[in-house]
Design a protein around this ligand. Structure first.
Ligand code: SAH
Ligand code: SF4
Ligand code: F3S
Length: 481
């Protein structure tokens, strides 16, 4: 990267017509993130680590001196998208070059980790490849990239979190009243279909002290809801503030005491790590929202076994029962994979059966995608694409009505909503229900950041529409400090 070029900015001109005059100004970074919430969290932290280097975030890719694609490797389509996107970014880089502007292209995230050097070979416009555990080294890597392509996909011994600059209060406010906070990373479970243990490395929990400090900072700047993130977040076992080993339940109980914190959530959980204290937390902690994403993947014991999930369909159903007993209004959501190698019609029927029995509030379903390097890729009995598509449609027919019924059941009820942003139309504000449904109401923007009582009057397939219960006013504990 050439600093002299980077400091030259065009004024009020589209890329095609950019000519002099040039002015000196801050460098701009554009980050596009794919995949899971953890990638979204990482994207924000990459911007944070580069802010002290003089990079301001821009939403306009054409205006960026540094473009970061923060990639996902979970399914083939996600990984392929990176290369098509890189083709477009290369053209942008060339167009900027033609008007004397240098652009640095970085590939981060799980494709960077999995394919590393291959990316540099396939797309010469890429200057830098950085894995999910080494992006705290971005400032140094950018300096090196001035002299040729750089790659860092180490799993370093140092903790990246210790080397990340904190966002300013202003930056936190810009990002909104809800935030993600990574507390656990990596996975030791090695489900037969999944790349995560290879792209994110071994399981590792952050010490509670650091998590609490980050949560306090966020809450102090106006964040009202935090979602704790981890590939297996409920396997969290970090060093507690008192030096003991803390579980996720211990951590949640502590975070509920942080001033200004109205709501807590966590994701994603593995059924086998859903311990008693965490189930109890759902009964005992008012700040812990009654929504749980608990992927099951399949309802067939044979397939669950082949997937290395280490639990049966009956285990899952028993767990659901225990969770519902502790917190009767809890909404459950899940992930399913259809067409795992060897999945027969009978196996799939068991999946439909489980979905019917549980009655999920929302569901994510995926066609099995064979991933290089995972045990699933070597299985002989791959299921034909048409069969996968047909099963996906049948599963959808079972779970879609469940989701709609769950939304419809709220019409006529009064629920608490955390307002997050302006709504679709002027005069509206939008927020989320405790069960993560988007809610729209007519209301003033200064209610953003408040938890308030809303009477639901209507629902569409994806959103709820309601009226502010002015007579109740915003609930006391929910008011923004
Ligand atoms: N850590 C989380 C999920 C990680 S990936 C967990 O353990 O639940 C999110 C979802 O993507 C998975 O739950 C699974 O349903 C899906 N998935 C992962 N690998 C896949 C693959 N190879 N093909 C299709 N879907 C996949
Ligand atoms: Fe992947 Fe399984 Fe680990 Fe989840 S638990 S990240 S699905 S290997
Ligand atoms: Fe994708 Fe990596 Fe997340 S593979 S789902 S971005 S952990």
């Amino acid at each position: 990267m050439k600093p002299d070029l980077h400091s030259r900015r065009p004024e009020n001109s589209s890329l095609a017509t950019r000519t002099a005059p040039l002015r000196t100004g801050a460098k701009k970074i554009f980050v596009k993130s794919y995949g899971c919430q953890m990638n979204a969290y990482d994207a924000a932290r990459m911007a944070d680590v580069l802010a002290p280097e003089g990079y301001a975030e821009t939403a306009d890719i054409e205006d960026a001196d540094l473009i970061v694609l923060n990639t996902c490797h979970i399914r083939e389509k996600a990984a392929d998208k990176v290369f098509s996107e890189l083709g477009k970014v290369r053209m942008l880089k060339e167009a900027r070059e033609a008007v004397g502007l240098a652009t640095t292209i970085a590939v981060a995230g799980c494709v960077a980790q999995a394919e590393g050097g291959e990316i540099l070979r396939r797309q010469k416009a890429v200057d830098l490849v950085v894995g999910p555990q080494s992006y705290h080294r971005l400032p140094e890597m950018l300096r090196q990239a001035a002299f040729g392509p750089v790659i860092d996909t180490d799993f370093p011994v140092e903790d990246k979190f210790d080397h990340l600059a904190q966002p300013s209060d202003e930056k936190i406010r810009q990002r909104g009243v809800t935030a993600f906070l990574t507390v656990q990373e990596g996975c030791d479970k090695f489900c037969a279909f999944c790349v995560v243990p290879y792209t994110r490395g071994a399981e590792n929990s952050r010490p509670a002290r650091k998590v609490v400090a980050e949560a306090k900072r966020l809450a102090g700047a106006g964040v009202r809801e935090i979602t704790l993130l981890g590939q297996n977040v409920n396997a969290y076992h970090g060093e507690g503030e008192n030096g003991d080993d803390w579980s996720l339940a211990d951590l949640l109980a502590r975070l509920a005491k942080v001033e200004g914190m109205a709501r807590l959530r966590y994701m994603t959980s593995h059924p086998n790590d859903m311990r008693d204290d965490l189930i109890r937390a759902h009964a005992e902690l008012p700040a812990l929202m009654p929504f749980l994403h608990l992927p099951v993947q399949s309802g067939s014991d044979r397939i669950l076994d082949a997937m290395n999930r280490r639990h049966s369909a009956a285990d899952y159903l028993r767990l659901v029962e225990r969770i519902r007993r502790a917190r009767p209004d809890i909404a459950l959501s899940s992930d399913f994979i259809v067409g795992f190698p060897g999945e027969t019609e009978r196996d799939f029927a068991a999946t439909l059966e489980l979905a019917r029995e549980v009655n999920f509030a929302s569901t994510f379903f995926f066609k099995y995608s064979s991933r290089p390097g995972t045990p699933g890729a070597n299985l002989s009995d791959q299921v034909a694409e048409e069969v996968k598509s047909e099963r996906l449609a049948r599963l959808q027919d079972v779970v879609e009505p469940q989701r709609r019924a769950f939304n419809a059941a709220l019409v006529g009820k009064t629920i608490e909503v955390l307002f997050e942003k302006p709504g679709r139309h002027p005069g509206q504000i939008a927020g989320k229900s405790p069960w993560l449904q988007p809610v729209q109401v007519d209301g003033p923007e200064n209610w953003i950041g408040r938890v308030a009582a809303v009477e639901i009057v209507e629902c569409s397939s994806n959103s709820l529409f309601g009226r502010l219960r002015n007579n109740l006013g915003p609930s006391g504990e929910g008011n923004r400090p």
